[in-house]
Design a protein around this ligand. Structure first.
Ligand code: 3EB
Length: 354
């Protein structure tokens, strides 16, 4: 066993095997030794690069996602989802996945079809396959989904690609789940400059808790003006492990109620987003009997910018509100409504109240 792997193992042993079954770390993208050292303790890895999509490397077994998007600040990083115990890797249908005893990391992608009908059929098919895989492997509960959608804002045969995506996802979820709302996970949908629709997901054996944001209309209740079928996702998902909690915060935009706020003003949008995230964290903390922790608890943040020129402005707001301990990755990406310039998603751990 490599030294990093044995360190992971002993950290888990010290805690009586109680630590979270997944943990996100960042490593320099250029450094393959990081991935090699963690070896079979990697559930999956996400890289960002505008270069061609690498989906699999023969020397690593784990799912490797390469999102064709530009990182706007700092040396290129990759996100490594680590397991405290060795991971098993498999592929079923078109889905690559890694799992330990408690959680599963999965990845599937396909070239975006050119016509609206085949686009929706393909999306629905992949979602069906994902849900069936999770059911059959015993990881029935989605915790977090990321969708990277080329041409997100383009009309394809008269309907926006994102709206078609929402309709296809709606059909898949509706067919699979008896009840929708208790099953909708934290989610993001971002536009890339690539050719493939990429779907990355995390699922667990145990049942997570999904939350809505008191400042926002639930996306599944959005009025029809945003599309024929509403976006099906939760604003946040909390997973309670033995000793700690993991909170996944969905892609969050400058939306209050269901309306976009601060058209054309990236600074004000960033501020609104941080108010949304702060309120959501407060709401979750309150529901589990914790004191309101504030934005300082955010450990990892992804900031998506429609225009790279807004980096300086948005960064200033983020750093002012979150402080030093948070790691933020800034990426250039398409966002689902054309007036939205910024979107952010977050990951944090909450200590269990004693
Ligand atoms: C919003 O709040 C902004 O369709 O799954 C954010 C996160 C958004 C997830 C989705 C959409 C989705 O409506 C967009």
């Amino acid at each position: 066993m490599t030294s990093k792997a044995s360190k992971l193992r002993s950290a888990n042993d010290e805690q009586g095997g109680d630590c979270a079954p997944l943990r996100l770390i960042y490593a320099p993208d250029a450094d393959d030794s990081a991935s090699e050292q963690y070896g079979r303790y990697v559930l999956g890895e996400i890289r960002f690069a505008s270069t061609p999509t690498i989906t699999h490397r023969e020397d690593f077994d784990y799912p490797l996602v390469c999102v064709p998007t530009q990182q706007l600040l700092g040396p290129p990083v990759k996100e490594i989802w680590l397991s405290p115990t060795p991971v098993e890797y498999r592929q079923q249908a078109d889905i690559r996945f890694g799992n330990n005893d408690q959680v599963l990391f999965g990845y599937t992608h396909f070239t975006l079809p050119a016509t609206g009908e085949s686009l929706e059929t393909q999306i629905q098919r992949r979602y069906d396959a994902m849900l069936e895989l999770l059911q059959s492997q015993g990881y029935a509960h989605l915790m977090r989904v990321w969708n990277y959608l080329p041409r997100i804002g383009d009309a394809i045969e008269g309907m926006e690609c994102y709206r078609r995506f929402c309709r296809a996802r709606h059909h898949a979820f509706e067919t699979f789940y008896e009840q929708l709302i208790p099953n909708l996970p934290a989610t993001s949908v971002l536009g890339t400059s690539g050719t493939d629709l990429q779907i990355v997901f995390l699922a667990s054996r145990s049942s997570p808790y999904h939350y809505e944001n008191p400042r926002q209309v639930s996306a599944y209740h959005y009025p029809q003006k945003y599309g024929p079928k509403s976006p099906l996702f939760a604003r946040a998902t909390l997973v309670r492990w033995n000793r700690e909690h993991t909170l996944f915060i969905s892609g969050t935009a400058s939306i209050v109620g269901h309306e976009s706020q601060h058209r054309g003003d990236a600074r004000a949008q960033a501020e609104e987003i941080l108010r949304n995230i702060e309120e959501l964290i407060a709401h979750v903390a309150q529901s589990i009997g914790m004191a309101t922790p504030g934005l300082g608890v955010v450990r990892q943040l992804r900031v998506y910018l429609r225009n790279s020129g807004d980096l300086g402005t948005v960064r200033q707001i983020v750093e002012g509100r979150l402080g030093a301990p948070a790691q933020a990755v800034y990426l250039q990406a398409g966002i689902c409504r054309r007036e939205l310039l910024v979107e952010m998603e977050a990951l944090l751990g909450l200590e269990k109240p004693t």
